[in-house]
Design a protein around this ligand. Structure first.
Ligand code: BG6
Length: 280
């Protein structure tokens, strides 16, 4: 890892978590004696101003390409800006809480002309609990789309299925067409789907005998992404066969099917994601 890449490394008797100053990005969550929970690309670029490939990038204040100006950064600017550590304490034995802040600056104002305070709360125990709180410090309402873009590590994508999406409508981003999910989701090709759905998903990974339960709050969409082989080869920070060991399950307000959030002056909006692990 690059020396000039500041991050907070938190460990307790249950687990450890790493959070980068760059992007407020979680890039490691490991339970003691178990395989990693989050996937980090072996060719990730550890550099300020670049989103790290893996972990949990924060997409904010827009998800995907900017709706009007493609020269602005994909998935917003929160994941490439320096955040500040705000607080850090042990709330109970084996439960450590930290929080990080990003506020408006001249640079953010140039990309998005609103005054805001964005706070990331990270609680690590046997589970990982994340809250992203948007506060409007402006005198007029603003609209956001956003995502907690988690990359999960899997032993072998061929032995994985995702439960909880059956019967849900989704947009296939690769074709722009809508479909309805039938049964569990199996990943066997490029997958880039936005489900208009906000309930819990369960990632069942038979190759390492583990389930990861992803419980969102405040989201209106679940995004599932795996680039598969061809796209992985085209991404400089993604190993050619890396797609076999990851899948993204993202809690989002994606903008799709009107899934946007309006925050009034002085008000807050919270997007949450709780990650629980079990063996099978
Ligand atoms: C997903 C999007 O959330 O993120 C995909 O649905 C996108 O379309 C993927 O390719 C990765 O985005 P990026 O900007 O981190 O390469």
């Amino acid at each position: 890892m690059a020396v000039n890449f500041p991050y907070l490394d938190v460990s307790n008797c249950n687990a450890s978590v790493r959070v980068a100053q760059n992007g407020g990005q979680i890039f490691g969550f490991d339970r003691v004696g178990e395989p990693p929970v989050l996937w980090i690309s072996p060719s990730a670029i550890y550099k300020s101003g670049v989103a790290l490939r893996g972990g949990i990038p924060i997409c904010w204040p827009w998800f995907g390409p900017h709706p009007k100006d493609e020269s602005l950064p994909q998935h917003g600017f929160a994941r490439i800006m320096p955040w500040e550590l705000e607080d850090f304490y042990e709330s109970d034995k084996g439960v450590t809480v930290s929080s990080f802040k990003l506020t408006d600056s001249k640079q953010t104002m140039n990309m998005w002309p609103h005054r805001f305070e964005l706070t990331l709360h990270v609680e690590v125990s046997k589970a990982l609990k994340i809250r992203l709180v948007t506060k409007n410090k402006d005198e007029r309402p603003f609209e956001i789309t956003q995502a907690l873009h988690s990359y999960f590590f899997v032993g072998d994508i061929g032995q994985v299925e995702i439960d909880g999406l059956d019967g849900k409508e989704y947009v296939d981003v690769t074709t722009g067409k809508s479909h309805v999910q039938k049964g569990p989701l199996v990943i066997d090709g490029e997958t880039d789907r936005i489900y208009r759905h906000k309930t819990t998903c369960r990632l069942v990974d038979k190759s390492i005998g583990r389930t990861i339960t992803v419980e969102p709050k405040g989201s209106g969409s679940t995004v599932v992404w795996n680039p598969w082989k061809e796209k992985a080869c085209s991404l400089p920070d993604f190993p050619d066969d890396g797609y076999r060991n990851m899948v993204c399950i993202e809690a989002a307000n994606s903008g799709v099917m009107d899934d946007k959030v309006v925050v009034d002056p002085g008000q807050e909006y919270t997007l949450e994601k709780n990650i629980y692990l079990d063996s099978i």
